[in-house]
Design a protein around this ligand. Sequence first.
Ligand code: G3H
Ligand code: 13P
Ligand code: ZN
Length: 309
Amino acid sequence: MPLVTSTEMFKKAYEGGYAIGAFNVNNMEIIQGITEAAMEEKAPLILQVSAGARKYANHTYLMKLIEAALEETGLPICVHLDHGDTFELCKSCIDGGFTSVMIDGSHHGFEENMKLTKQVVDYAHDKGVVVEGELGRLAGIEDAVNVSDEDAAFTDPDQVEEFVKTTGVDSLAIAIGTSHGAFKFKGEPKLRFDILEEIQKRLAGFPIVLHGASSVVPEFVETINKYGGDMPGAQGVPEDMLRKAASMAVCKINIDSDLRLAMTAAIREHFAVKPDDFDPRKYLGPARTQIKNLVRHKITNVLGCNGRA
Ligand code: G3H
Ligand code: 13P
Ligand code: ZN
């Protein structure tokens, strides 16, 4: 099966009250762990690549690894640019075979965001590629952008209809209280489901995307802390909140930090037990298995997309 866009996936996810996992990929072990879990659970999949991932692993290497995963799994897989911040970056990914791109104009004003997003949509649609836009700003750190808590802003439901209509985007990322990274909430976790509900009402049937949706699995944080890490206050989005979002208009749930924690916990644990190992397969193998188990858990217990491929 060739790479697919997310159009069909989102349509079924919206109707079925579940969400598709969008997992960030940076190397072979991460791609293998994710895709093996999805294959065994028969789950549709979005593999997303950030500008940083392209810089680290190289566009062509990542595409070839994803092609290998397609061949091995036979799954519908969508390859998506995560947080594209310029037209040129989006164009380069579209020309390079991605089936979906995000243009994140959320750091611009409303009009500028719409203008940039529409420019990407016009180019992408012409090539059969779908586009995710973003309205509202999440706190946290992405590649080049560090958004402080004060600069974060919830999505304004009054703006969503005009944004979607004017730009022609295929999905919309919104800010309702999640943030990127491993430290998402200072106190009790809280998401603005009232805002999601209002947006769902205004954009009936339109797929919504949730960024910053790692749960920051406590077991991984404990392992990291046990073996020399120091992550007090690490906290993610509770799984029941993600399930609720998936049952609503949220069709794509973005997960990166949990993959990083899973991999790091496995590697730290390995060296604590076998400090003299120097064969990378000995520690990257368990890291890949930990990612596979994590993704299987997300697919079956959080996203609900098992058996939907
Ligand atoms: O939202 C950001 C993703 O976690 C990607 O992170 O830009 O460090 O690759 P990155
Ligand atoms: P997390 O940092 O919560 O994994 O979010 C990832 C993300 O939103 C990628 O775009
Ligand atoms: Zn994100």
